[in-house]
Structure formats: structure tokens, C-alpha cells
Design a protein. Structure first.
Ligand SMILES: NC(=O)c1ccc[n+]([C@@H]2O[C@H](COP(=O)([O-])OP(=O)(O)OC[C@H]3O[C@@H](n4cnc5c(N)ncnc54)[C@H](OP(=O)(O)O)[C@@H]3O)[C@@H](O)[C@H]2O)c1
Length: 244
């Protein structure tokens, strides 16, 4: 069974809703300390109210795209405040269907900013040995089934997630000698605010066990953050109910 000590601190981005909220609450329930990051302070506070051990959840309001190159310094300031981190779950992200005819640079940059550039620079910050606990610390990035099996209209989203999967595999192999593990989790449609009407229609009948729940993904992410997965790095786990 997975459990954590209070001294084990985890950064969770996107903790104000959906998968990130689920990961923050599960880590907290299992005993860890969580630094929960998102833009909506009210939603972060609502999440904290649901926590089993609210005294071990610390809220940080931050737009991760406002100064992407400054993110390594941001991680350093978090470490100065909370101590070295055992792990990070990067769950912030932005979806959307954008057929090729509607693609423009502004849309692409907005999606790539939060789905690709920000996680790369958060990884750079976490990988700095002054900020992590070394051996067996772990980063998990939420990519998407759409980063591998790319449906129509996904130029921006699939591009950002495919790039994330490729980059994280490279980073994992580069920093393995430092003891830090890096993995991606790639879900298909999960019941969160990101699962819009069009996505639901598209998924109709595709998943033999129905739409995925946040807990279906959160359990995998927490396993990859835990020492139970100490021999696993540079992987991308598809959670799609066998649909692909
Ligand atoms: N749901 C699915 O079907 C599905 C499938 C595959 C992959 N995913 C991926 O899973 C991840 C989580 O998605 P979700 O389904 O949980 O969606 P969600 O409920 O919409 O959560 C997205 C999170 O990202 C945060 N966020 C967005 N932009 C941000 C920014 N600029 N700075 C800081 N935080 C930001 C949001 O917080 P604030 O708005 O408070 O900032 C929110 O907490 C995403 O990467 C998504 O692509 C989801």
C-alpha cells in the first residue's frame, strides 16, 4: 500500500480542478504535504476544504504562463518556502478542438504555453538538485491519448501533448543519473470540465467501461510519484480503457 510522510512534499499544478485536484487530494490523504498551484484561488480553497489533512495543503496562486522562463526560479522560491520536493505532478493544461482552417499562431502559442513550454521549465526547476530530494524523487506529466492517437481537429492540442511526451522521455534519460524519475500519463476522455459536449459525443460507445473518472488517473499518477515505482522512468502510460 502506498503511503507518504508529512515531510515528503509534492508540487501539484492544476490543483484547482479535475485531475490535478484529484491528485492533490489523494497525495494528501496518503499523508504527503502538497503545494497546490493554479490561478483560481477560490477553487484551490474549495479543494482544500475537501482534504483529509487540510493543514498539509499549501495554496499558491500562479499563472504558469505569465513568465515561463522564470519558472525555474519560481520552483526555487517554493523550495525556500516549503523545503526540497519529493515529486511534482504537472496537471495544468488546456484543451480545445481547432480544425486546421482556424489555426493561428495566437491559439497555438496559448496551448503550447501551458501544455508544453511551462511543463518543460517547471521540469528544469525541479531537476535542479537544490530543489529535489535526489534519489527516487519523481516528476509526472499529464499528456494525453491525443498526443499519440491524433483525432481530426487536434493540430494544436495533439501537437503540444506529443511534444511533451517526446521531451519528457529525453529529460528522463538525461537526468536519470541524478536519481530523479520522469514519466508521462496519457488519459483518454476523463470526466472533468475539459470533457466538453463534442468530446463526449465522439467518445460515445468507445470505452467499454464508460468514461474515465479522475480517480482512474490519479491512482496511476500517485503510484508513479511513490517509491513503489522506483524502477520506472522515461515511460508514457496510456489510460484509455483499451479504446486506441
Ligand atoms: N479530461 C480529459 O479528458 C483529459 C484527457 C487527456 C488529458 N487531459 C489532460 O489532463 C490535464 C488536466 O486536465 P483536466 O481534465 O483536469 O482539466 P481541468 O479540470 O480544466 O483542469 C485544468 C487545470 O489547469 C489549470 N490551468 C490552466 N491554465 C493554467 C495557467 N495558465 N496557469 C496555471 N494553471 C492553469 C487550471 O486551473 P486554473 O484555471 O485555476 O488556473 C485547472 O486546474 C490537462 O493537461 C489535460 O490536457 C485531460
Amino acid at each position: 500500500m502506498i503511503s507518504f510522510y508529512r515531510e515528503q512534499g509534492f508540487i501539484v499544478t492544476g490543483a484547482s480542478s479535475g485531475i490535478g485536484e484529484g491528485v492533490a487530494l489523494l497525495l494528501n490523504e496518503l499523508g504527503a504535504t502538497v503545494v497546490a498551484i493554479a490561478r483560481r484561488e477560490d477553487k484551490l480553497n474549495e479543494m482544500k476544504l475537501k482534504a483529509k489533512n487540510p493543514e498539509n495543503i499549501f495554496i499558491e496562486v500562479k499563472d504558469l504562463t505569465e513568465d515561463i522562463e522564470g519558472l525555474p526560479l519560481y520552483v526555487k522560491t517554493l523550495r525556500a518556502k516549503y523545503g526540497k520536493f519529493q515529486g511534482m505532478a504537472y496537471c495544468a493544461g488546456l484543451g480545445g478542438i481547432h480544425p486546421l482552417r482556424s489555426v493561428d499562431m495566437e491559439t497555438m502559442q496559448k496551448i503550447f504555453a501551458i501544455n508544453y513550454f511551462a511543463p518543460v521549465f517547471m521540469a528544469k526547476g525541479f531537476a535542479d538538485k537544490r530543489n529535489n530530494t535526489g534519489q527516487r524523487s519523481s516528476m509526472v506529466f499529464i499528456a494525453s491519448g491525443g498526443g499519440i492517437h491524433c483525432d481530426p481537429g487536434m493540430t494544436c492540442y495533439s501537437g503540444s501533448k506529443g511534444a511533451l511526451i517526446a521531451t519528457m522521455q529525453s529529460i528522463a534519460r538525461e537526468i536519470a543519473p541524478t536519481g530523479v524519475r520522469v514519466n508521462c500519463v496519457s488519459p483518454s476522455l476523463i470526466e472533468t470540465s475539459m470533457a466538453g459536449e463534442i468530446e463526449r459525443q465522439y467518445a460515445e460507445g468507445k470505452y467499454p467501461f464508460g468514461l474515465g473518472k479522475v480517480s482512474d488517473v490519479a491512482n496511476m499518477i500517485v503510484y508513479l510519484l511513490s517509491e513503489q515505482s522506483k524502477w520506472i522512468t522515461a515511460q508514457n502510460y496510456i489510460i484509455d480503457c483499451g479504446a486506441m
